[in-house]
Design a protein around this ligand. Structure first.
Ligand code: MGP
Length: 299
């Protein structure tokens, strides 16, 4: 008897129905799978606008939604004139999260999409993660580190990820909440002790292997001064800040503006007797000069 070819066999109504059902099911699963990827995957290449909208993130100004679809190169390609005009046109707080900072979110925190939180000051003053990691690499695992102006926690997190124990000092309790949250996002909260307080008042009572100083530079307008001098640091000048750190540890790191007078910074090492070893390093992100780290120490 001749075999009937399956292809030639007429499809029964029930089988057609089952096939249509399977197609619909696969389509549904496909969408869910995409949604899942959009919601849980940290930045891995280009994302569609649709999946980007699914990402959990802090509220951002409406005007920034469009920037979400642009990657860093787009923003960095803007002319400096256009950026300056735009910055001048908006209020100080909006300027802080204007396009370029939002576009830099993954440079600041690689796990941004997992719910990292920042306040206005954090957007423009957090140390980019790759720089914070290279600074932390100078510490030894197990070191006790005081992060004197912890802000939203970027540096503390990298020291903790390095295996250090960190005392994160921050005067603004709201920032401490953000930093503690971000430390949980990175899974390093067990290695960081957060203290709400004034670094200058606490310094005489602290002891550590290393103090990390990334104090306020005076906001994004710091760049308008052709040379940044140590008296421009906030809330106290660089000398007072450095001397407070000296009471705590023999090793000090300072993250400073790219326009800082490095000779003046080097002179800080002479505040110790014998003078501390000094090294300065230029820090770049995607070939853009972001700041200078000064390392002072005895090892
Ligand atoms: P920037 O020079 O203001 O911006 O800050 P950017 O994106 O480099 O500007 P452009 O000209 O390249 O487009 C560069 C980096 O310096 C920031 O990412 C912060 O890490 C750091 N930084 C900036 N400010 C204003 C401060 C500050 O006040 N305090 C500290 N500690 N760091 C700052």
């Amino acid at each position: 008897m001749a075999k009937r070819s399956a292809a030639a066999a007429p499809e029964s109504r029930s089988r057609r129905g089952a096939r249509a059902h399977a197609v619909r099911f696969l389509q549904r699963i496909h969408h869910r799978f995409l949604r899942l990827l959009g919601a849980t995957t940290p930045k891995t290449g280009r994302r569609t606008a649709k999946s980007a909208r699914k990402v959990v993130r802090p509220r951002e100004p409406k005007s920034l939604r469009a920037a979400d679809e642009k990657q860093e190169q787009d923003v960095e390609a803007r002319s400096p004139d256009a950026a300056a005009t735009a910055t001048a046109a908006v209020s100080a707080s909006e300027a802080a999260v204007a396009g370029k900072y939002w576009a830099h979110r993954y440079s600041l925190f690689n796990l941004y999409d997992r719910g990292v939180r920042m306040d206005t000051e954090g957007w423009y003053s957090a140390t980019p993660e790759s720089i914070a990691a290279s600074q932390a690499a100078r510490a030894a695992p197990g070191d006790l580190v005081v992060d004197a102006f912890a802000g939203c926690g970027g540096n503390s997190i990298q020291f903790a990820a390095r295996g250090c124990y960190v005392v994160a000092v921050e005067i603004d309790p709201r920032k401490v909440e953000l930093a503690a949250h971000n430390a949980r996002v990175y899974g390093v909260e067990d290695r960081i002790e957060f203290i709400v307080g004034d670094f200058f008042r606490l310094a005489p009572f602290l002891k550590a292997n290393l103090v990390f100083l990334s104090p306020p530079w005076g906001g994004p307008s710091y760049i308008h001064a052709p040379v940044y001098t140590l008296d421009m640091l906030k809330p106290k000048d660089g000398y007072a800040t450095f001397q407070a750190a000296q009471k705590i540890a023999p090793n000090i790191m300072m993250f400073l503006p790219r326009t800082v007078d490095v000779t003046q910074v080097e002179e800080l090492s002479w505040l110790s007797c014998p003078p501390l070893d000094f090294e300065s390093e230029e820090n770049y992100v995607h070939h853009r000069f972001k700041g200078i780290t000064a390392y002072f120490g005895r090892r």
